[in-house]
Design a protein. Sequence first.
Length: 253
Amino acid sequence: MGAGHSHRLYRPGHSPVHALPAHCKIAAAFCFVLVVVSTPRAAFWAFALYAVLLAAVTAAARVPAAFLLRRLLIEVPFVAFAVLMPFVSQGPQVHALGMDLSVSGLWGAWNVLAKGTLGVATSVLLATTTELRALLLGLQRLRMPPLLVQIASFMIRYGDVITDEMRRMRIARLSRGFEARGVQHWGVLAKSAGALFIRSYERGERVHLAMVSRGFTGTMPVTDPVTATRAQWAHAAALPVLALAVCLAGWAV
């Protein structure tokens, strides 16, 4: 899978969560999110218990709460969408805070916020406690189609490459006294975007030729396959199993 690659989301540590094999954590996170999505939206207490379970995992992983909350800012666009739902949805309305709000929109907003926030927090916690290379190897271990794993691998790696290219182009513009301050500068930014596309494409061609010259045949070799013990699977399964019990209780109540 190539050389080690440390992503900004990853936080090194020696906690029990860090020590679990990546494929165990991926399976546990997927099952947990699936259970959360399957929970009836009216079971408010169930979502509170899910948050408590995630807080317990965060504490076991020794990840600061502030670190996790900062990473949750990626959810802001979805929050904005959820806030608009009570104003644009149709159906019966309720008067609150001096405004007429759609009942179905309020339920939809709560559904998006509760389940979306828990899902994003789970994903962020997974990325925080698992190295990028281990995640990709874990996906292979779970028998995900190799082509999808390679696409994800290249996308993540070259995302950083393109970001660095953008940074260098921005520094070059600033060194020449350019600073975008209005619509009149959009033309320069558009040309920069075109140049970035061309440079990224050419960079990809050079990388591909370099890989082929080194014997790349379309698949990445796995040099250190990781296996998991029954105890590790049991530890990873604790989160989704407890969540499933909460979900079943939510449907029963």
